[in-house]
Design a protein around this ligand. Structure first.
Ligand SMILES: [Zn+2]
Ligand SMILES: [Zn+2]
Length: 304
């Protein structure tokens, strides 16, 4: 059985408080299970409660052994690392993989820089777990026992990978942080720097890149997609590397995804607003798609 459980779904910064009790205030962290096999995506602050949960549940059956994938190294996706309890057990085996944008630093240096005395009372070389770090690009990896992962670059200000997990005919795909590709050349003929050929080429390139991303989602049983903004808010945040709910729903539907989890909530979005948006988008799409649409919520577990 392939499943995903949400331990953190917030973007940008943790936001605990009375307005985020239902959907949660922790930044991104997903637990993927292929039967007993454990995969973790991102070290957002959701990794703290998840690490504690593993200590009182999985540890009974043996040491923690996990493949951990980082979508990208923005702070909201790595800031929970120092508080992941299995790091302090010598028997833990953790394989951490992710993309690195500027190759003058390794993944270990970027994540581990949080564990220096400047920021934290414990240093990286004091962790007891057996940890391997590997920088990855677009690739396919055999994780063993029939579980495969394929990666795809998304559109974000730093290198950011989407992950597609395949297990016994089922699939779970993540696509965050991600913004649709768009034409960066002026398309208005009245613009002084308008160039007809460049405008056409830009359109074609953006379309092609967006189609590649759709092919990556194609037929996913579960798709976890960035939806930080509403369509109206998105217009004011072009180039920030995030999507609107509307884009996520359209893209997922076009690609034939079966269940869509709307993810990476804006830190200012309250429980009341998220519940309202969820019912609004369900109403708007009712009868037009068989796809199930749901807001990410801490504790939500979905089977592929
Ligand atoms: Zn983020
Ligand atoms: Zn980001």
């Amino acid at each position: 059985m392939l499943s995903v459980t949400i331990w953190g779904d917030r973007g940008s910064i943790p936001c605990p408080g009375k307005d985020t009790v239902v959907y949660g205030g922790n930044t991104s962290c997903l637990e993927i299970r292929a039967d007993k096999k454990l995969v973790i995506i991102d070290f957002g602050t959701g990794i703290k409660p998840f690490g504690d949960w593993l200590m009182s549940n999985d540890l009974k059956d043996g040491p923690i052994d996990a493949d951990i994938f980082i979508t990208h190294t923005h702070w909201d996706h790595i800031m929970g690392f120092p508080m992941f309890a299995p790091l302090f057990l010598p028997a833990s085996r953790l394989r951490i993989r992710g993309p690195v944008s500027y190759e003058d630093e390794t993944l270990e240096q970027i994540i581990g820089a949080q564990l220096t005395y400047r920021y934290w009372p414990i240093r990286l070389n004091e962790l007891s777990a057996h940890i391997e770090y590997a920088q990855i690009k677009e690739t396919s990896l055999d994780l063993g026992d029939g579980l495969w992962v394929t990666t795809k670059y998304l559109n974000h200000p730093v290198l950011c990978l989407g992950y597609r997990f395949e297990y016994r005919g089922k699939s779970i795909v993540t696509a965050y942080d991600n913004e649709p590709f768009r034409n960066l050349f002026p398309t208005d003929p009245n613009d002084p720097s308008y160039d007809e050929d460049a405008a056409k080429e830009g359109d074609a390139a953006a379309r092609e890149e967006n189609e590649k991303v759709l092919r990556f989602f194609q037929g996913a049983d579960v798709l976890v997609h960035d939806s930080q903004y509403t369509a109206a808010e998105y217009e004011k945040h072009l180039g920030w590397g995030h999507s609107s709910f509307e884009y996520a729903i359209n893209a997922a539907n076009k690609a034939g995804a079966k269940k869509l989890i709307l993810f990476h909530h804006d830190p200012n979005r309250t429980d009341i607003q998220l519940a309202g948006l969820e019912s609004e988008y369900r109403k708007r799409t009712a009868g037009k798609t068989a796809m199930k649409i749901m807001m990410a919520r801490e504790g939500l577990r979905i089977e592929a």
